[in-house]
Write a protein that binds this ligand. Structure first.
Ligand SMILES: Cc1cc2nc3c(=O)[nH]c(=O)nc-3n(C[C@H](O)[C@H](O)[C@H](O)COP(=O)(O)OP(=O)(O)OC[C@H]3O[C@@H](n4cnc5c(N)ncnc54)[C@H](O)[C@@H]3O)c2cc1C
Length: 332
């Protein structure tokens, strides 16, 4: 199906001339194939199935491209219909509103390929590859450099954007370059200094470019059994100190140095505090867990409650690390 056929199909939903309005009012379930691809854009896909919190309303439009060609076609489609784009990796650092997300949600987790180059020790991977999966694979080969990342349940793209880190290491330490697709369709290769890395942030955050691929520098040559043992130890440490048994987004707040956010929340007496089915985790107070059936609204209200309580007791306003997308009451 071509874009112009797609136009006809979309327009028939409401018969309104403006592209933005026609797509916005498309409540009927619909699938539109992008020209020259086997990739379909769908309407009204619930995002609770695509976030680690297991909450989130529908994407107005949803697409999960499997290759660069389909990704480009998706962006072209959004441009044609003036749809804002939201990118989701594994959705492990996101709180998506119960009202969902307007525009096109691009889920990158099906962008897959990985190549270990034994001559250079470089690992080149597509944005949708799983970070813990790569950590295990690199450990099995005896390639040092990703063992710290085994407990971070995100994609390569999300990790590059967030500068994900643990055990005193982070993505910025191993990134050689990231390939990004800009809204005008050009592919650029950016170095860590161009990405402006700081603690859990990069200048890709809040931008319109999409990470498509990354190259990491690893160090081959360690005995795989030894590296697998270190990786396993990191995973066990996480399992024993953090609540991996319930849906969460990991740490909710940034650490307001010199304090740890978890310590402040615990000292404020909030461990176990619950709003609806969202609870401050018993095992780690900087985690909010979904005890089953929580809404994004419950989690958001709990975030606000924690901020106000900590502010009252410590005069510190905790800044969320979790990205909130969609409609929420104004923060503050
Ligand atoms: C149990 C648990 C433990 C965690 N532990 C840690 C930890 O130790 N350290 C840590 O740093 N994080 C941790 N996290 C948080 C999370 O896993 C990381 O932030 C991760 O890097 C997010 O990756 P993602 O693919 O899920 O990104 P998402 O959550 O899907 O997205 C995060 C942000 O990146 C953007 N994005 C995602 N992919 C792309 C792309 N390809 N191009 C452009 N933008 C993109 C999104 O728009 C969004 O703004 C944890 C989460 C959980 C649930």
């Amino acid at each position: 199906m071509t874009i112009s056929q797609a136009t006809a199909s979309v327009c028939s939903i409401s018969g309104i001339k403006s592209n933005r309005q026609t797509t916005a009012s498309s409540n009927t379930k619909k699938e539109i194939y992008l020209p020259g691809t086997d990739c379909a854009i769908k309407t009204q896909v619930y995002l609770s199935g695509y976030t680690s919190y297991r909450v989130g309303g529908p994407a107005e439009w949803y697409v999960a491209p499997r290759n660069l060609k389909s990704l480009r076609a998706s962006i072209e489609y959004a441009k044609t219909y003036k749809l804002p784009i939201t990118v989701l990796g594994a959705g492990s650092n996101l709180l998506v509103s119960d009202r969902g997300i307007p525009g096109l949600v691009v889920v990158t987790r099906h962008l897959r390929h990985r190549q270990f180059n034994p001559e250079t020790g470089q690992l080149t991977v597509a944005a949708g590859e799983s970070i813990p999966g790569l950590a295990w694979e690199a450990a099995g080969l005896g390639w040092v450099g990703l063992e710290w990342a085994v407990g971070i349940p995100g994609t390569v793209g999300g990790a590059v954007v967030m500068n994900a880190g643990a055990h005193s290491s982070c993505i910025a330490d191993i990134l050689v370059s990231a390939q990004v697709l800009s809204p005008d369709g050009t592919l650029e290769t950016l170095t860590p200094s161009e990405l402006g890395y700081k603690y859990r942030t990069s200048n890709l955050q809040g931008g319109a470019s999409i990470v498509t691929q990354a190259t990491f520098q690893l160090q081959p040559g360690m005995a795989p059994e030894q590296l697998l043992a270190i990786t396993k130890e990191h995973k066990s440490h996480r399992l024993s100190t953090q609540p991996y048994d319930k849906p969460s987004c990991g740490s909710v707040f940034r650490n307001p140095k010199p304090h740890g956010a978890g310590w402040l929340i615990e000292q404020t007496g909030l461990k176990g505090f619950q709003i609806g089915n969202a609870q401050v985790a018993q095992r780690h107070a900087n985690f909010i867990v979904n005890c089953g059936g929580a809404s994004a609204g419950d989690i958001f209200s709990l975030i606000r409650h924690i901020q106000h309580q900590v502010q009252e007791q410590w005069s510190i306003w905790l800044e969320p690390e979790v990205k909130m997308i969609g409609e929420f009451p104004a923060m503050g």
